[in-house]
Design a protein around this ligand. Structure first.
Ligand SMILES: [Zn+2]
Length: 81
């Protein structure tokens, strides 16, 4: 749950705001429901990197891939950047 940056009251963003920000990636200016102060709501894309065991010999970009299985994975945590 996010909190108001002014008064720390837990708040939920209205669904239309969240949908607009995530769909159109445009920052929205919104009044907080608790104290009616202004906040900006930003879309922050993340990139997830995880192992992809495969028998394929070529990736989506045409580069060579060495075939691998789940047993070849030595680091199992998902990584976000
Ligand atoms: Zn507030």
């Amino acid at each position: 749950m996010i909190k108001c940056p002014y008064c720390q009251t837990p708040m939920q963003l209205p669904d239309p705001v969240k949908l607009n920000v995530t769909t159109y990636t445009k920052t929205q200016f919104v009044a907080t429901p608790c104290c009616k102060r202004g906040i900006s709501v930003h879309n922050v894309p993340r990139v997830l990197v995880r192992p992809h065991p495969t028998e394929a010999r070529e990736d989506n970009w045409g580069s060579e891939v060495v075939a691998s299985t789940a047993n070849d994975i030595t680091f199992r945590e998902d990584q976000y950047c």
